[in-house]
Design a protein around this ligand. Sequence first.
Ligand code: NAP
Ligand code: GCO
Length: 268
Amino acid sequence: MTDSIFRQFSLEGKLALVTGAAHGIGFAIAEAYAAAGARIAFNCSSRDSLERGLAAYREKGVDALGYVCDVTDEAAVQGMVSEIERMAGPVDILVNNAGIIRRTPMHEMSAEEFRRVVDVDLNAPFIVSKAVIPSMMKKGGGKIINICSMMSELGRETVSAYAAAKGGLKMLTKNIASEYGGYNIQCNGIGPGYIATSQTAPLRERREDGSRHPFDQFIISKTPAARWGCVEDLTGPAVFLASAASDFVNGHVLYVDGGILAYIGKQP
Ligand code: NAP
Ligand code: GCO
């Protein structure tokens, strides 16, 4: 690979804030950003998670700034971003990764439960993006990456709140791209397929007889790659969307799903 192409994917000198990155997809993306040369800031929702996350980053040789901050709390987010800017300078790359899911039949879901999922998965990316965009505008550009989902395109039983939020997040991505593209801010999404993390662990639990969970088998049958994704499958696409290599990519959701969205499914 020639030096100039390699440099396009470098994050040297950049400061990345990855929300919800004490573990899981966020941690893997932040670790990859550090390997590409970026400095890392992250947040999570509990001190316990923060301590475990900081230890995990140290183990990987990453000197990350870590914060306990509820992404739905605008004052707390503004305070965290101000502290990051004081400690390390303006945020160059924001990954809105923090997210929750509740799997409940819609007619049994409380309005409060629905609101909480939408608050974390959609309102919070608005809040955190709003907190970093002014500095990006001032310094002439930035990157915002929203972690969307297959449910930005498809529905399924029991995930009404999550699908509504992730569908909205796809459109928020397009709107930020539209409104701030002129400031050299690119906003794109990553739509992971089914990834083996704590969030999907209930869908992969082995049955008492040791057989695969029916949903586990279902996803493998619906995925041309015939496997669940792993967090490492997302790191290359995430570095691409955070780097100069994607400076003319804006408002796009890059699905990293092993082909699920392209596939009608095998004839039974
Ligand atoms: P995860 O392991 O459950 O991690 C979610 C992270 O979000 C945790 O670090 C959690 O903090 C943080 N978080 C949740 N609510 C928060 C709040 N109010 N304030 C601050 N932090 C909060 O999930 P994951 O699988 O890595 O998923 C990460 C993102 O990818 C989510 O947006 C998810 O919807 C999306 N996604 C996942 C998959 C998949 O198959 N796994 C596929 C598509 C999209 P704590 O550590 O403190 O709990
Ligand atoms: C579910 C899963 C999915 C994945 C992911 C797929 O219950 O269907 O949790 O929602 O988390 O979002 O892209």
